[in-house]
Design a protein around this ligand. Structure first.
Ligand code: ADP
Ligand code: ASP
Ligand code: MG
Length: 470
């Protein structure tokens, strides 16, 4: 069994969906396969905005109609015969549900996380039905599958945790009895009370990995709009090239620091069973893409890729009373964990006088309240200063599994940046030494990524790395 996941960009229009259908058709010729799909590109973002607009009491009718029209137009191009009416009935039902949910949010003046997730589920439900019907119109037996029948989670809306055991049983039972190719909605799940939690932004790839693990799939293919995982975000580095192979650990580091191709939790289920993940390009299907496995053959390249998070805030806890006092870091990160605030990077000077860390800009106020509360007594006594917040920074990570054995990599990164006059605000190196990450001002973000990419990859890529574009 192969599990194929198609992201929003692969589902963007009738023309794209036709490409997807062709890829699925060709894959089925080589053995059993199932597909997991995202909502059409931009739909999830628009649904989030619609929920917020409704909560503010704004009129959303026209924008809902635009979503309906976009799916209708794609259906008109793709579907024939009885599929037209069949899909229309389901589309109308889903759109009515969306309308009711927005009306509810408007009435109570709030779009709760529970309601928001339910609203978001409409995107994947619309796109998966459309693809399943398109395949049938092309003569490929295919069946829509609502992942809420398979994937069981808690009700941490927006980022639900999966009950792997129950889910595995349900998936195996469902697939055991399925004849046609299953077209599964990504991203959505079912909670204990019957709610519809989502798995986090980009979560469709995670859905694919969960199914792949439950079915001990031979491989999981993530189909997107670029030639696999690239040496850097191609939107920042036009000369970025596609990597033919990566280890799970390397992809984990790259995706933690912003390489958007694969949502980080995706790696866990696949890695546990060593199921290869292959990242491929829907718009260049003959290209082999990037294979992600446990161990890759050394190819002399110690730096594999560079990724970055464009917008972070830096927080700093300082104080003379912190020096030599054990447990400060544990209390600091403990309170952040209790508040459910995720820390992207940590750096501590060896003097212990200050601890600096980076978080997403949206959680700064919460983090500040949490920390100032935790250290209230110490602040009162003057041992610890109020937490200092600075905004508009970017994090850049240089990643490679074999970097740890090679001296001088950090030197090369920082001298290249120094030569360009780019100031570095904080540095962190994971103990795994799979990555060196550093913080620069957001204004320097693009130039810093280009500079580091140039420092390691300015020569022609070796045989293991193929120039992108095709
Ligand atoms: P999808 O619609 O398939 O889910 P996304 O837009 O979510 O696609 O993710 C793919 C995008 O991730 C690419 O178009 C690319 O711009 C971006 N990206 C960022 N870093 C990388 C990287 N290192 N390799 C490949 N793509 C990257
Ligand atoms: N549609 C969801 C999102 O945009 C899930 C996904 O595309 O993977 O985040
Ligand atoms: Mg995506």
């Amino acid at each position: 069994m192969k599990i194929l996941k198609f992201g929003g960009t692969s589902m963007a229009s009738a023309e794209c969906i036709l490409r997807v259908a062709k890829i699925i058709h060709d894959t089925l010729a080589t053995g059993p396969a199932a597909a997991v799909v995202s909502a059409m590109s931009g739909i999830t973002d628009e649904l989030i905005r619609l929920g917020d607009s409704a909560a503010r009491g704004e009129d959303t009718l026209e924008r809902v109609e635009a979503i309906r029209r976009r799916h209708l137009e794609a259906a008109e191009e793709l579907l024939t015969g009885e599929e037209v009416a069949f899909v229309a009935t389901h589309r109308d039902e889903t759109m009515e549900e969306l309308g009711r949910l927005l009306q509810g949010a408007s009435l109570v003046g709030e779009c709760s996380p529970r309601t928001r997730d339910r609203i978001l589920s409409c995107g994947e439900r619309l796109s998966a039905r459309l693809l399943a019907a398109s395949l049938r119109c092309l003569g490929t037996p295919a069946e829509f599958c609502d992942a809420r029948d398979l994937i069981v989670t808690d009700e941490a809306f927006g980022n639900a945790a999966v009950d792997m055991e129950t889910t595995g049983d349900r998936v195996r039972r469902h697939f055991g009895g399925a004849g046609a190719c299953q077209i599964v909605t990504g991203f959505i799940a079912t909670g204990p009370s019957g709610a519809t939690p989502t798995l986090g932004r980009g979560g469709s790839a995670y859905t694919a990995s969960i199914l792949g693990a439950a079915l001990s799939a031979e491989r999981i293919e993530i189909w997107t709009d670029v030639d696999g995982v690239m040496s850097a975000d191609p939107r920042i580095v036009p000369g970025a090239f596609s990597l033919s192979a990566l280890s799970y650990a390397e992809l984990m580091e790259l995706s933690h620091f912003g390489a958007k191709v694969v949502y980080p939790p995706t790696l866990r289920p696949a890695r546990a069973l060593e199921i290869p993940l292959v990242i491929r390009n829907t718009f260049n299907p003959s290209f082999a893409g990037t294979s992600v496995v446990e161990h890759i053959k050394p190819n002399g390249k110690h730096v594999r890729g560079i990724s970055s998070v464009n917008e972070v805030a830096l927080l700093r806890l300082e104080g003379d009373g912190m020096v030599g006092v054990p447990g400060i870091a544990s209390r600091l990160f403990g309170v952040l964990a209790r508040w459910d605030i995720s820390v992207i990077l940590i750096s501590q000077a060896s003097s212990e006088h200050s601890i600096c860390f980076a978080v997403e800009p949206g959680v700064v106020d919460e983090a500040q309240r949490a920390i100032d509360g935790e250290f209230e007594l110490e602040r009162g006594a003057g041992y610890v200063e109020p937490v200092v917040v600075e905004r508009d920074f970017s994090i850049i990570a240089v990643v490679g599994e074999t970097m740890c054995r090679i001296p001088g990599i950090a030197g090369r990164v920082f001298s290249a940046l120094g030569n360009r006059g780019i100031n570095i605000r904080a540095i962190a190196q994971g103990s795994s030494e799979f990555n060196i990450s550093f913080v620069v001002s957001q204004d320097d973000h693009g130039e810093a990524v280009l500079t580091v990419h140039d420092a390691f990859f300015s020569a022609a890529p070796d045989a293991d790395a193929v120039r992108a574009g095709g």
